[in-house]
Design a binder for this molecule. Structure first.
Ligand SMILES: [Zn+2]
Length: 483
């Protein structure tokens, strides 16, 4: 089938290059680009699906085209990403930069894969964010996880493979989806455009041997090690199992990052999300990232909040050399070696950053109500101030221009984001989602954990019964993050 890619003027997307790469990857479909921007509908209004479909078909769809894929920067009234009847798809990139830092072309590839996957099987959607191609994306920022994970979960893959067995004509489409997802997730994980796929560190000998080196160190530390394990649909670089002194079995998922750049907070946040899912499923107890080139100081801050251990490969290697040389007793050495690898993190880097950031700024996302005023002023603001931090919420900031932009700027420019989730509030969730998408350290507080939506339940909440209780717990948490 021929798939025609088109866009409006305001959408900054290279369709020619997209079509070239898609044709290189895909067998079932042939992609062509429409050579000029197409304007349909009323620019200032919401997308009017029925009217615009007809306009599109009249304007650009010659008979031989099977599917028109139209990208617009305007939005649907319900804020959906797209509607498709498999002949015309209108994809909205409205607010894209608030969902992810990845470029639009990654989104185009993702949604082409999503629609192809729906052609194979449209019987099921995950309501939660799992990273599976069949995620419903209720929370639009989940598209970021989807692009980086780029896969079918285990259950969906089983179902889809069964469908393909029954209708072999679909197998080409499945192959195409797999090819698209492979380059999409590899690029997206590194924060790159799918256009730069060639430049990625592929699973070359360097990368593979880095993972092997890390695995070997853990083996030498006495852990049981498996490489490239599929856990609940997530490809895990290394799974280690070790016995604690109390003879408990401790399982850790280890993510290896081989790059010349330091690992940043986004990678930590993304991995924390996966690690949390695996912890909830009782498949692992801990998440660890080992980096070839260290971590940014923001990554260290996020790691404290998300309970992910960050290990610099150099430190990991040194830890084992040092521990081996003064090996006292086998068991003792084993345990201290693993511990010292963990404690080496409290290196100068985070303390140096702390010194630079004398007055860390907190931004509170909190619903407006008189009850919340007390929570904010007495519980949050005063506690932050007592620790030498500055703190505000949106009504305290004087500003000109749209309020939403100001909120986004405040989230972007603050060190720590604090969100009050006791009462379900769409704006609070949306702003929190934005903070998570940016990889900001967040502190979630609530009176009742059961009101938190599934997506954020995995994060560690402060649950408080009174303002006094909140003050003492928040103080402890802030001290843990800031020192
Ligand atoms: Zn799935």
């Amino acid at each position: 089938m021929k798939i025609l890619l088109a866009k409006d003027r305001a959408t900054n997307l290279n369709l020619k290059l997209s079509a070239d790469i898609l044709n290189y990857l895909c067998r079932a479909n042939n992609f062509i680009e429409f050579d000029q921007p197409v304007e349909v509908g009323v620019p200032s209004a919401y997308i009017d699906l029925n009217v615009e479909r007809t306009e599109l078909e009249n304007l650009i769809a010659p008979n031989e085209v099977g599917h028109v894929f139209y990208c617009t920067s305007r939005r649907y009234e319900n804020n959906y990403f797209f509607y498709s009847n498999y002949a015309t798809t209108i994809l909205s990139f409205h607010g894209w930069k608030h969902c992810t830092n990845l470029p639009l072309e990654n989104g185009l590839f993702y949604f082409i894969a999503v629609i192809q996957a729906s052609i194979i099987d449209d019987s099921f959607r995950h309501d939660d964010t799992t990273g599976c191609i069949y995620d419903y994306l209720w929370d639009k920022t989940a598209v970021d996880v989807g692009m980086k994970t780029g896969q079918f979960c285990k259950d969906c893959l089983t179902r889809v493979e069964k469908t393909v067995k029954e209708s072999p004509s679909l197998s080409n489409i499945l192959d195409d989806v797999m090819s698209i997802l492979k380059i999409l997730s590899t690029s997206s994980k590194w924060g790159n455009s799918v256009f730069e796929y060639e430049k990625q560190p592929t699973r070359s000998s360097d990368w593979a041997s880095f993972e092997d080196d890390v695995a070997q160190i853990y083996r030498e530390l006495g852990a049981r090690v498996q490489q490239n394990v599929n856990l609940a649909g997530f490809q895990t670089d290394i799974l280690i199992e070790e016995n604690t002194p109390s003879k408990q079995n401790l399982r850790s998922a280890v993510e290896c990052k081989f790059s010349k750049n330091k690992v940043g907070n986004r990678i930590v946040n993304d991995f924390a999300r996966i690690a949390n899912t695996l912890k909830e499923a009782h498949l692992v107890d801990k998440g660890i990232i080992v980096s070839q080139s260290g971590f940014t100081s923001d990554a260290y801050l996020v790691s404290k909040e998300t309970h992910i251990n960050l290990l610099d490969f150099k430190d990991l290697k040194q830890a084992i050399t040092k521990a081996t040389s003064d090996l006292a007793s086998e068991e003792k050495a084993h345990n201290t070696r693993l511990q010292s690898a963990g404690t080496l993190l409290k290196t100068e880097e985070s303390t140096k950053k702390m010194r630079e950031q004398k007055a860390p700024h907190l931004f509170a996302i909190i619903p407006f109500s008189s009850e919340m005023d007390d929570v904010y002023y007495l519980g949050i603001h005063d506690t932050a101030k007592a620790l030498g931090c500055s703190c505000d919420r949106v009504d305290q900031i004087e500003f000109v221009g749209p309020i939403l932009d100001k909120i986004y700027d405040s989230i972007k420019n603050s060190r720590i984001i604090l969100a009050e989730l006791s009462t379900p509030n769409v704006n609070v969730y949306y702003e929190l989602g934005y903070a998570h998408a940016l990889g900001k350290p967040t502190i979630l507080i609530t009176k009742d954990i059961s009101t938190s939506p599934f997506d954020v339940k995995g994060y560690n909440h402060i649950i408080y019964s009174s303002i006094r209780d909140l003050r003492s717990k928040l103080k402890a948490r802030l001290e843990a993050i800031l020192t």
